[in-house]
Design a protein around this ligand. Structure first.
Ligand code: CA
Ligand code: CA
Length: 465
């Protein structure tokens, strides 16, 4: 293979830059910056009140932003949320589909990390809380914790919360960033499954690296899969950092960050095993080995220095081919698969190697269903990326088991795209950007000079449909 494959840039054209978005616009779109300076926006959802609803991860808030002028209103500040400067804080957001429909279900679901006992050393967990929306005061009130004690970390929380067409909540829990950097001596738990005893005790500590499915009150749905003989909230497992989750019709798709290569787009099926940490992407034994730092012997892991390329010889290395599982399910497509010997230290990134690794850092996943909407987009999946400052569009086959055509790259700017929302007519795409961080942007290389930090960018289709 000759390096990254699978995506191509469309004929991007420059159009009049509006405000400060300075987007490399696709033909037929205008762009503008609606607001900037948000505090690490994490999730954006179009609300039935015509406002954009967001979580601010570091700001520990849920806010509503008026798309016309960027006016921002705080719906709730969650003081209990724990934010360390890492990837924790106020995270997931899902609106009940009956919100403001007069059925009494004016509910908003929020996930966040918290400290179990603030009087001692931090012990971080994650909870999902339901609020009631008061349309008079425009605030969230009457909190009810529907599940507490989920794994929580300063890294790889994933934390995408989704209201499914089956009236269930879906929630992704990442591998917590274990087995790398300052968490290198903590084993990855993505293959660990809860026992019946743990489920009975409401011990959710095995939920790292999982996609969960919950009843709206937080209980375990009676039709969840039994995995290794136990029914729990676990819907699928073996995930690394699945920050993208969406339904296209009745099919559930997830996008997850790979290690140095092989970000994944997966079709999520109940009870299936997506391979991590034994397999990254396809089970091809190319450019990835499972190096289990916590099992270092005889030198204990705690006395080792982190190395992303060549671990010390005391760390056991496992080829992907050395592992097998009857429920292993490979991705539909990867971004990107590279061969053994691939040079992960591209000098173009000036030492900021990870920006040049053959990954795009998929940070969310959405379904494009509007018809008539943007021509050619119906039935696509839209994936925001942190590293390319782009929206990748991929079209699954009608059966869902494969990808029909190569990814198309839209709306590239020098930003880290965290999530997106669509207007009800499907003609406007609202993208939120990280407040800080590194990206390659449209021109390659690495930079931390973001064009629109902590912003909502609007890309509006003005062509004919
Ligand atoms: Ca996988
Ligand atoms: Ca692989």
């Amino acid at each position: 293979m000759d390096g990254p494959v699978g995506a191509h840039a469309p004929g991007a054209v420059e159009s009049e830059p509006v405000a400060e978005a300075r987007a490399g616009l696709d033909a037929g779109f205008t762009s503008r910056e609606i607001v900037r300076g948000l505090s690490f926006p994490m999730r954006i959802v179009w609300g039935p009140d015509g406002y954009l609803w967001l979580t601010e991860r570091v700001g520990k808030r849920v806010v509503r932003v008026r798309p016309s002028d960027g006016q921002k209103t705080t719906a709730v500040t969650i003081d209990e949320a724990y934010q360390s400067g890492g990837q924790d804080g106020v995270l997931g957001l899902a609106l009940h589909p009956d919100l403001l429909k007069g059925t009494g279900n004016d509910y908003v679901y929020v996930s966040y990390t918290y400290d179990v006992d603030p009087s001692s050393a931090v012990s971080r967990r994650t909870k999902i809380r339901r609020y009631a929306y008061n349309a008079t005061t425009k605030t969230l009130e009457s909190p009810v914790d529907i599940i507490t004690g989920l794994p929580g970390s300063d890294d790889h929380n994933s934390a995408r919360l989704l209201f499914g067409p089956d009236q269930k909540l879906y929630y992704t829990v990442g591998d917590q960033g274990n087995n790398q950097f300052n968490r290198k001596c903590l084993p990855v738990g993505a293959q660990d499954l809860p026992t019946a005893t743990e489920v009975a005790a409401q011990d959710w500590s095995k939920y790292a690296g999982k996609v969960l499915r919950l009843d709206l009150d937080g209980s375990i749905p009676g039709d969840n899969p039994q995995i290794a003989g136990v029914r729990s909230h676990v819907y699928s497992y073996g995930h690394r950092n699945p920050q993208g989750l969406t339904f296209l019709d009745t099919k559930l798709y997830a996008a997850e960050h790979g290690p140095k290569s092989e970000d994944e787009l997966n079709l999520i099926l109940p009870g299936k095993n997506y391979g991590w940490p034994h397999v990254a992407g396809y089970q091809d034994s190319q450019a990835y080995t499972y190096d289990n730092w916590s099992a270092s012997s005889p030198t204990p892991c705690s006395s080792l220095a982190w190395n992303d390329y060549t671990p010390p010889s005391s760390v056991p290395r496992q080829q992907e081919s050395a592992w097998s599982h009857p429920d292993f399910t490979p991705p539909l497509v990867t971004f990107y698969t590279v061969p053994n010997g691939y040079n992960f230290r591209d000098p173009a990134c000036g030492g900021n190697d990870y920006i040049c690794w053959p990954t795009i850092a998929p940070s969310s996943l959405h379904t494009y269903a509007a018809a008539p909407g943007i021509p050619g987009w119906e039935g696509s999946l839209l994936m925001t990326t942190l590293k390319k400052g782009a929206v990748y569009r991929v079209k699954p086959s009608p059966a869902g088991g494969s990808v029909e055509e190569e990814a198309v790259v839209h709306f590239q700017t020098t930003n880290r795209y965290r999530d997106l929302a669509l207007s009800p007519d499907g003609l406007t795409v609202y993208v939120i950007t990280d407040s800080q961080g590194s990206t390659s942007g449209p021109t390659g290389g690495a930079t931390s000079a973001l064009s629109n930090p902590g912003a909502i960018l609007e890309f509006k289709y003005t062509g004919t449909n």
